[in-house]
Design a protein around this ligand. Structure first.
Ligand code: FES
Length: 117
C-alpha cells in the first residue's frame, strides 16, 4: 500500500449496486467526517456521508444508500436522489447540488482512499 493511501475495505466487500462501506475521512484541517464507499456499474466511488440539503447522514440503515432500483443514492431523511457516479442530486430539496466526493483507488483487491496533499 502506498504511503499516501489508506485502506477502506477489500474490493470483495463492495458488491455492484450493493451495500456501502462506511468509514471515517479526515479533512486537510483534521476534521473527521463520516464517509462511505460503494460500487456502481463496476466502479468504486466514495462520498462524505452528508446530504447536500441538511447536514445529516444519508443512510437510515447503515450502508443502505441505494434506492430500490439500485439506480440512485437516496437520502433517508427527505428522499433526495443522487447519481451514484458523480453525487449530483437529480431530485429533491437539494436538486442541482452534489455530495462531496472523496478520491479513491482500487488495486490488488483493496479499496483505498487517496490522501489530499
Ligand atoms: S436531509 Fe437529505 S433530503 Fe433533506
Amino acid at each position: 500500500m502506498a504511503d499516501d493511501a489508506s485502506l477502506i475495505c477489500n474490493s470483495s466487500d463492495l458488491e455492484d449496486g450493493g451495500r456501502g462501506v462506511r468509514f471515517q475521512w479526515t479533512s486537510q484541517s483534521g476534521v473527521l467526517w463520516p464517509a462511505f464507499a460503494l460500487r456502481y456499474q463496476g466502479v468504486v466511488v466514495a462520498y462524505i456521508n452528508r446530504c447536500a440539503h441538511v447536514s445529516v447522514e444519508l443512510d437510515w440503515i447503515d450502508g443502505e444508500f441505494f434506492d430500490r432500483d439500485k439506480r440512485y443514492l437516496v437520502c433517508s431523511t427527505h428522499g433526495a436522489l443522487y447519481r451514484p457516479e458523480d453525487g449530483f442530486c437529480i431530485e429533491g430539496p437539494c436538486q442541482g447540488k452534489r455530495l462531496e466526493s472523496i478520491t479513491v483507488t482500487e488495486a490488488a483487491g483493496q479499496v483505498l482512499m487517496v490522501k489530499e496533499i
